[in-house]
Ligand binder design. Structure first.
Ligand code: AMP
Length: 210
């Protein structure tokens, strides 16, 4: 089974690129953020545990996320493979992932300036039902507040505020950068210029996937 991994700072466009890849390549997008937000919405025990970490922009404990991913990967609906958005974010998670076999594995690091990323995050809107990503300035939904794809409610994520965003960047540098270096050393990491419009960034990634 094919495995792609998307790395990048908060606001770099991992989720949007994951959606495009899922649409064009028959790879299932797996976003740990979406899985956790849905657990919170359904008020499960996992959701209740994750909530405060997420709201403050900190990472949810490894053992919870690792278990959620393990469960998701054993669902049997992944046919051709999957693209991971937001996982692994720590060395522990990377180690757990390397214990799950894949036929081919490739990672992308989407690079964008912090200024551009923060601007995107602060104007981002997300569908509360299907997780589709919009931007009030550059990619608004056709009808205000309504998801183009599923008709769900489009709203601001409650960790897309200045304070949580600062913490998410700190966590990214401290805990996720070492993971990216690890993939770099394994020579399976491609660096992508993530600046500009989503369609332009996707053009830079697309040719490297097949
Ligand atoms: P995201 O939707 O990828 O921006 O993730 C939103 C939030 O969910 C993060 O700030 C973390 O609190 C939590 N989260 C998502 N993925 C992970 C992960 N792999 N490990 C720990 N926490 C995560």
């Amino acid at each position: 089974m094919k495995r792609l991994i998307l790395f990048g700072a908060p606001g770099s466009g991992k989720g949007t690129m994951g959606d495009f890849i899922q649409r064009d390549f028959h790879l299932q997008k797996i976003s740990t953020g979406d899985i956790l937000r849905s657990a919170i919405q359904q008020d499960t025990a996992d959701g209740r545990r994750a909530r405060n970490f997420m709201e403050s922009g900190s990472l949810v404990p490894d053992e919870l996320v690792i278990e959620l991913v393990r469960q998701r990967l054993s669902c049997g609906d992944l046919n051709g493979g999957y693209v991971l958005d937001g996982y692994p974010r720590t060395l522990n998670q990377a180690e757990a992932l390397s214990g799950i076999a894949s036929d081919s594995e490739k990672a992308f690091l989407i690079e964008v300036s912090e200024t551009e990323a923060v601007e995107r995050l602060l104007s981002r809107m997300t569908c509360s039902s299907c997780g589709a990503i919009y931007n009030l300035l550059t990619r608004p939904p056709r009808n205000s507040g309504v998801c183009d794809l599923c008709g769900g409610r489009v709203e601001k994520r409650n960790d897309d505020n200045a304070e949580a965003v600062r913490q998410r960047f700190r966590v990214y540098i401290e805990l996720t950068m070492p993971v990216i270096e690890y993939y770099g050393r394994r020579n399976i990491l491609a660096r992508i210029d993530g600046s500009g419009a989503a369609a332009e960034v996707y053009e830079r990634i697309k040719g490297l996937i097949a």
